[in-house]
Write a protein of this length. Sequence first.
Length: 331
Amino acid sequence: MSLFRTLFSSQTNSLLKIRNPLCKSLTFPSFFTRTLNSSAQIDPETSNERGNNKKSLSVLFQQAVGLSERTDTSGSESEGQTENSELKRKLKEFERDIRGLKAKSKDGSRVGKKKERVDDKESEQARRLSELFGPKKQDEGVKLRLKVEEPRVKKEVYLKLSPYAEIFVKHLYDQGYFNKATFLRDGNLDFGYFDSDYGRDYIYHAADKFGKDHQEIAKWLSGSNLKEVALFGCPSLAKRSVFAAKRLRKFFKIEEQTVCRRCVLKDSCKLANKDVWGSSVVSLNLSDVMRVILLYALDKASPQLTVPDKIKDSVTYLLKEVVKLSRTTSL
């Protein structure tokens, strides 16, 4: 019995000794500990690499347009997402800018259209009556107003047209030279509209066009009356009338000094004592005749001039002849 107790106690001790190493063996091995430590060290490095993969916008833009090459390929997916987000943001900003510009352009176009309408009206009113009767503007049907030609006589009150001046105006009306007049109501001729500066200017330019269209009657006009008007001088200082009067004097071989030295307008005239440039005048130009005599007939001669009765009578006779010859040649 004692032997049995001894054996039992020895076996129990041996079993206890074996348990202690097993308990010790349950502790974490060294290689497992090193693995955990190494993984803990790798995590911050990985986070650092991810942080490094986030590049600035300037670098991304240079790489996108090809100014620089990509240095790594490991973070392509994250870079692509970053680029997409940046591009989306830029596109949104660009769209906002475009919408703002469109809104401004609409407002500007509205103002521009209003200005264009005003400018069109002003430009339509500022064109020359000479363009209306010129070869380019005659068939366009544009209603125009005379642009100021300096120096030019403007009056608030005009003398009443003479009876023969009214006959000549009526003849112009019958010939269709007032078809584009803006001041005629329903196309009816009313001499009351010719008491204004615009009405007189319209007659003047219509007569100029009439002279160009009926050159053939110039050779039948009274030479004595024409020479009388030519010797009197220039009706105004406007270049058109001055050159027309000089060509008349040259046709009748009248010296410029003979007329200019006694002219009351010579101190203000820049063309005094100067001859017409170019070739000699070999034929009488009806347009020149109309440019000179119509200024006297329409009371548009320079106010410094005192027009004698003999000049007025010559002008009246010439107007009468023009109407008569025009009717004869048109038959």
